[in-house]
Design a protein around this ligand. Sequence first.
Ligand code: 26V
Length: 745
Amino acid sequence: MNGFLEELERLEVAGKDAVTLYNEISALAMREAEGKISRRPERTAYYLSVEFLIGRSFYNNLMELGVLGETARILANKGVDINVFEEIEDAALGNGGLGRLAACFLDSAAALGLPLYGYGIRYRYGLFKQEIKDGFQVELPDDWQKYGDPWSIRRDGEKREIVFADYTATAVPYDIPIIGKRVNTLRLFQAEGSAEAEKISEYLYPADDTEEGKLLRLRQEYFFSAAAMGELVERHVKRYGRTFENFPKYNTVQLNDTHPVIAIAELIRLLTKEYNVTFPKAVQIVKQTFNYTNHTILPEALECWREELVRKILPDIADIFLKIAVMQENELKTIGYSAEEIDEMAIYRNEVFSMANLAVYIATAVNGVAALHTDILKRSLFRTAYRKFPQKFQNKTNGITKRRWLMLANPELSALIDGAIGTGWREARADHGKLLPRVKELWEAFYEVKEEKKKQLFAYIAEKEGVVIPEHFLVFAQVKRLHEYKRQLMTAFAILEIYYLLKENKLPDFRPSVFVFGAKSAPAYLRAKGIIKFINEIADLVNGDEAVNGLLRVVFVQNYNVSYAEKIVAGSDVSLQVSTAGLEASGTGNMKFMMNGAVTCGTMDGANVEIVEHAGEENNYIFGARVEDVEALKESGYDPNALLEENPLHRRAVSALVDGTFSDGGTGYFKELYDSLTVGASWHKPDHYFVIYDLKDYVDTLLRINRDSADKASFAIKQLTNTALSSYFSSDRTILEYARDIWEI
Ligand code: 26V
């Protein structure tokens, strides 16, 4: 790396703006990284995903190259503050946890020296940029390449034609080096050719409420899956000739959720059509090649394709889907499965192809992303398949990369850990559990770090949002995709109840607290948009009330993304993870907060269960209905209206949606939310997500946390204990498990 630093020393900065400097410095670093791109070993793992939420590369890559500190120093000597590059980029080629997990996994594999290569789409526009106007979400295009894209290398020599029935698109690879002990690559394909072809890689998740939109999405999934499979087969033939029994020996492919499952059919198509492999043999090969990770049990998020749609643009693929479906059905009949059971596992039913059922049938390994989630897959979503193929099912609890989420996001806390146990914990594989016995003596130092991170966060929020948060406020944060099952609405009601109690002087010892929200709603998800507006209405009420705003504030930050997350997870005291039990597959934000020393206030859902297993219930705050309770309530018939009847405080908070307390600007959003809770909406029963059921316990728990925080020492000890016991949630651990149990790399 001396080469880089020498060139940086020589770099002329006078008269150059931040963008120019950013591109020049990035190019210097890229030269180093490119030179280090590792050779692929014989056996390689591939990660197919429609999302890779990489965030900002600049600081992360300089850190991975081991020159971040030196770069800051050299630039400072030249009068340039390294933080000026913060505004420039944040590649948001993903939506939430699924995409961020993919990015963390690539980071960990590179750090561990494991050959894991990502394949995805190089969207022209990433997830929309969000502004909040009058409390409403406004979506703007995310032109992430506006200032250039110094971190990818276009590979014109490796283009590939992707054929649809109506037109052909060229897949042009762009390689992004993933720097670690090995330098792997993330290869994103850009669609080129005709104007129609270019549309394929224009947007992440194009609206799919029309036939046109659905087709486009299917094209996207096929486009990158086919480009990846074409490449794998070509590389294999070059190395080993036209022999494919050994294909699974050298290639293992992880399907990140149901979106890339179409790759299975494409590999069969390539083998049978272009290399004369027989269909049964091709099926044998794909069975040994693919593995599937499930990331949600919500039915609306499990990819299904109408046969007619597939046939229209990919007739060969439709035929292959059908052939696999027939093969599966015959197999199941032979071993005596009932019609009902076969129906449940069917790849083809009612003229629709189920990508989840196809994946489960073909994959060698099927995994959930947290222990509870995997149990639910076995017990409910895939129960019949589990009975037939129990050996397929595995758990791989998610993780996060400590390099971005601790070392980069929180150098102050990292330095504290260095001081306590030395710097060895920074290595991949290493853990920082030795911190545990030192927690009691370090609480004050930790408290200072947390205060510093809060100060930084508050300054940033003041600048970006114009909302002032006074020093020392206790920070509660709920940052994640906006979805009803995540229950941001429940937090909104809880805040309202606390506000009413404060107004009536019923909370004499309440410690000043701020609630920080960050979330994007899918553009067409109107109830989620209503929740954003509702939170902002509450924020205006609370922040504008002189009688209360010394004790309570609320802020909804705009354009929550990876870079914002780095600041929020480091500067928060309490991590709100309050999904309806059974519905959050894992959560990974919960792990980021934990690692940075926040207590979790959460339900027994997803990885929260394992967080409290590791860090102790006494150091966290668990509340609400358990999975069994939710199931029992569904059985016995749950009536939220009775609870509203009984509890005047709940009634007041929920009625605020419709009694004129707030305005939704005439959109009808609030009435719709109110109805969803009291009469039901979208074919769901009233309060489908048990918001009102868990509200009382939630408010009580928030108040208990507020009280506990008065004892600074014991609260800081709880927080730092969470950091000390967070190593299990490092994605280095997760990736080692995938490598050992699934990929065998
Ligand atoms: C997508 C959609 C799109 C259509 C509308 C409804 C809906 C609901 C959920 C989803 C999520 C798709 C998959 C996903 O992002 N899962 C997340 O994966 C994370 C990484 O494993 C995990 O931590 C989160 O709990 C899980 O929600």
